[in-house]
Design a protein around this ligand. Structure first.
Ligand code: BG6
Length: 479
């Protein structure tokens, strides 16, 4: 349904996500005149605040997390905000919340960023107060369950009030500029699509390395682990975008139809195709950092690192391994995709003693946003003792190619799409379920084989077994 909502209701408005991402994103959109002038934002949480004290709270968050040059519209933005205290576990406060919102005839967008245990009571409360009509959209932030079963329970509860075309499931990686650029790279250039298959691609690597550790999210992270926290959502979305067939249009149904086919084609992973790890004390950028068990205050078998050799079982990707790895306390923060092409079928230079590297495409998603295509070129010279070839990078740094454009926060795009009703960059229920199905099968194998994570020193790229996982196939992780 296409309408631009003029009410935004934020649950969990005093939480970490609201402070770091939601307030800064909304304020930045406002500064660029991208918000509906009539948009009013009602914030709600358990804390006893009034409009004035919430605005002060929001101002502090903006001063902390939004760069000064993007805070131009702060006063205007703060005026849009009001606050209603709410205990979402009972129905009592919801009618007052509805009164605070005023008329929602022109559309209401709800952003639920609370503990999953509050999802169901919140939905009941919204229903009780009549805030579930056809012109209401519901946006959900992860974690949406811990396995397929619990995710289905949440989805069922939401589906009782909201039809799928009104449910917006966030995967914030889809809001990242360079992730969206994957689609432009693949489908706006004639160059790649003809060779984007197992005839020409030897393997794919996806790395999401983080230098941070637990960051105070002790209870959440120890129950989740790297597989559920990063692979189930962000990394599988990257794989889906990389591997999907060309959609017929850039439309929510067309794009998501193609992604879900990839997710359903993921092959079940054998235990020999995964490696898990947990960090021990070490150093990152010269700073000593404690081990996971020390940060947690107890021993645990939760994985803070996982490497997987996956396969997409379809015609296009037959026999092409997708090596995925992600971990906390890695040596650097980096998200990148490597597409390794095959060697040329016959080298006319071999007799002349020349060796050459097959082409490789590296897509840097963060912190550097760049695209590097390694080509083979002749080293200048007369070549009397044979021709020499070398791999040289064709390098596009996105910020240099688009000087003067903001590097936007992923949530800016997603919040705007929520308000305006575009679901293309949100995850559909069937995608989430296919993701859980694959991940649950991996966990089952770990449980069955009582596989405990291997240790690795903080500041390294995970346990040595992760290196061996790729090297067994003659592949080195790109570093
Ligand atoms: C979140 C995970 O979804 O993504 C965190 O829960 C992780 O553990 C974060 O740190 C990474 O996001 P980004 O945008 O910093 O790569």
């Amino acid at each position: 349904m296409s309408f631009t909502a003029d009410r935004l209701l934020l649950f969990g408005a005093t939480g970490d996500l609201a402070q770091r991402m939601l307030m800064p994103s909304l304020c930045a959109l406002d500064a660029d005149d991208l918000l509906n002038p009539d948009l009013r934002i009602v914030a709600t949480a358990r804390s006893e605040l009034d409009d004035g004290s919430f605005r002060n709270f929001a101002r502090e968050a903006l001063e902390k997390y939004l760069p000064a040059e993007r805070r131009g519209g702060m006063a205007n933005f703060l005026n849009r905000l009001s606050y209603q205290q709410l205990d979402a576990t009972t129905l009592d406060g919801f009618p007052d919340l509805a009164r605070k919102l005023g008329s929602t005839d022109n559309g209401l967008a709800i952003f639920l960023s609370t503990a999953p245990s509050l999802f169901e009571p919140t939905i009941k409360g919204l229903q009780h107060a009549g805030l579930d009509g056809e012109n209401v959209r519901m946006c959900l932030e992860k974690p949406l369950g811990t396995d397929l079963e619990s995710s289905c329970e949440i989805n069922d509860a939401v589906a009782q009030c909201f039809s799928e075309d009104r449910i917006f499931r966030i995967d914030h990686y889809l809001g990242k500029e360079t992730v969206q650029n994957l689609l432009a790279l693949r489908f706006a250039n004639i160059l790649f699509e003809p060779i984007w298959n197992s005839n020409y691609i030897e393997h794919v690597q996806v790395t999401v390395g983080e230098t941070v550790g637990l960051e105070g999210r002790v209870a959440f992270y120890d129950d989740a682990g790297a597989l559920r926290d990063m692979v189930q959502n962000h990394m599988l979305q990257l794989v889906a975008l990389l591997a999907m067939e060309p959609p017929t249009s850039f439309d929510a149904t067309a794009v998501r139809d193609e992604k879900v086919k990839v997710l359903r084609a993921l092959r079940e992973v054998a235990s020999t195709e995964t490696v898990t790890g947990q960090y021990r004390a070490g150093a990152i950028a010269g700073q000593a950092v404690p081990g996971y068990d020390e940060e947690l205050g107890k021993e645990s078998t939760t994985e803070t690192f996982v490497a997987i050799k996956g396969h997409v079982d379809n015609w296009r990707w037959k026999g092409v391994p997708f090596y995925l790895r992600t971990g906390k306390r890695m040596p650097e923060r980096v998200t990148e995709i490597v597409v390794q092409f095959r060697s040329v079928p016959h080298s006319i230079f071999a007799e002349m003693g020349a060796t050459m590297q097959p082409n490789r495409l590296v897509i840097g998603i963060q912190p550097e946003e760049n695209i590097t295509l390694n080509l083979t070129a002749k080293v200048p010279g007369l070549g009397q003792d044979g021709i020499r070839l070398r791999s040289v990078p064709l390098n596009i740094a996105m910020p240099d190619a688009f000087v003067g454009q903001h590097r936007r926060i992923a949530y800016e795009r997603l919040l705007l799409d929520l308000i305006e009703g575009d679901q293309t960059l949100f995850v559909r229920r069937d995608e989430v379920e296919a993701q859980w199905q694959w991940v649950d099968a991996i966990r089952d194998v770990w449980d069955k084989e009582e596989q405990a994570p291997k240790t690795y020193t903080a500041g390294t790229w995970g346990p040595s077994a992760a290196i061996a996982l790729a090297e067994r196939d003659g592949v080195s992780w790109h570093e």
